[in-house]
Design a protein around this ligand. Structure first.
Ligand SMILES: Nc1nc2c(ncn2[C@@H]2O[C@H](COP(=O)(O)OP(=O)(O)OP(=O)(O)O)[C@@H](O)[C@H]2O)c(=O)[nH]1
Ligand SMILES: [Mg+2]
Length: 330
């Protein structure tokens, strides 16, 4: 399971990753995050603390990949890797090693976070965001996909803007059409802020992992049914005279008997069922979170997305204030 972040230099990718990691050291709606390697844990936790004081990280100079466990109520939900790039990788030529790595990562991604500086967006500063360049790279990566991909279009630094209106979203029209045309891509806009103010910080990650977690649950369901059916088939074979004959033959040859095969497959079915049950509660919590987001859907207009962005962050910040004494956004 792989998540890739894409966004021009200075839009806030590293700030987001570290802030999220810091925030999810305690449970939010039951979810928490754990780095697999202890040095990554120390680095990200330290960075998160520094960011909360208003001091931001320095520019990323090369790709770094982190491995995490998303947990829900102290149980593992999914393990995933998450790559952070230097923003320059999106504008460099394909001769650049980092750019090639980004393109190949995007092709393998299960979830994509596309970062856009909201302050630059409302100032119509398109150079700072390079949206059309990102859209080209993402569209290339989405050609011929055969698995579900969640694509979060993340508006960073919303603490710096007064309003997001439909006229600011026109540059996403191409992306919206591509997402609506694909049966595999689920898209959403997510406004966030990190630093001295915290707005919607867990949402981009939860949304990006959503498709893979749903897929994992569906796969477990299929596995339970499969193991159960095959177990029944072995059990049926073990019955009657023919079954007795097969048992003698298997025992003579030192091979597992039909009954032993049936028991083994039942045990597998039970194991998969237990895994599935653990996921059900987490998926319900995830669906509750994701439903509040401005999901990209065919019938919606740009105005609808602008209104929904305003509703989730201006009036009803989802997990808006994680710290005491944080000023409300407006
Ligand atoms: N006001 C505000 N500023 C932010 C926020 N997030 C990031 N910034 C500012 O944006 C700058 C760049 O953030 P980074 O996280 O380093 O950006 P990046 O996308 O990782 O940049 P590269 O590593 O160069 O690709 C920071 O130094 C902050 O000044 C935010 O939520 N609010
Ligand atoms: Mg960075």
């Amino acid at each position: 399971m792989k998540i890739v972040m894409i966004g021009n230099t200075g839009v806030g990718k590293t700030t987001y990753m570290a802030s999220l990691y810091g925030a999810l050291q305690r449970e939010i709606e039951g979810f928490s995050l754990k780095a697999v390697r202890s040095d990554d844990h120390s680095r990200l936790s330290q960075l998160a603390k520094t960011i909360q004081t208003g001091e931001y990280p320095s520019m990323t100079d090369q790709r770094s990949e982190y491995d995490f466990h998303l947990r829900h109520k102290a149980k593992d939900v999914i393990e995933f890797s998450w790559a952070d790039y230097r923003g320059g990788a999106i504008t460099s030529s394909t001769k650049d090693e980092q750019t090639n790595l980004l393109i190949s990562d995007l092709k393998k991604a299960d979830g994509i976070m596309m970062f856009c500086d909201c302050d630059a967006l409302v100032r119509n500063d398109h150079r700072s965001n390079q949206i059309s360049r990102m859209a080209t790279l993402v569209n290339q990566a989405l050609q011929n996909v055969d698995h579900i991909i969640c694509l979060a279009i993340i508006f960073t630094k919303v603490d710096m803007v007064k309003e997001i209106s439909d006229k600011h979203l026109g540059c996403f029209q191409g992306m919206i059409s591509a997402i609506n045309a694909s049966e595999y891509v689920i898209g959403s806009f997510v406004p966030i802020a990190c630093g001295t103010q915290f707005i919607n910080v867990p949402m981009p990650l939860l949304f990006t992992l959503y498709g893979s977690i749903i897929f994992k649950m569906a796969l477990l369901e299929v596995e339970v049914k499969y193991h159960h059916t095959v177990a029944q088939e072995w059990m049926a074979k073990s019955k009657g005279l023919n079954g007795l004959w097969r048992k003698v033959k298997d025992t003579w040859n030192g091979e597992p008997t039909d009954e032993e095969m049936a028991v083994y497959l039942y045990q597998q079915a039970v194991k998969k069922y237990e895994e599935h049950q653990t996921l059900v509660e987490s998926v319900q919590a995830l669906v509750d979170c994701v439903q509040k987001l401005p999901l990209i859907q065919k019938e919606k207009k740009l105005k609808d997305y602008a209104n929904e962005c305003a509703n989730i962050s201006y009036k009803n910040p989802i997990y808006g204030d994680l710290k005491p004494n944080v000023k409300k956004w407006f």
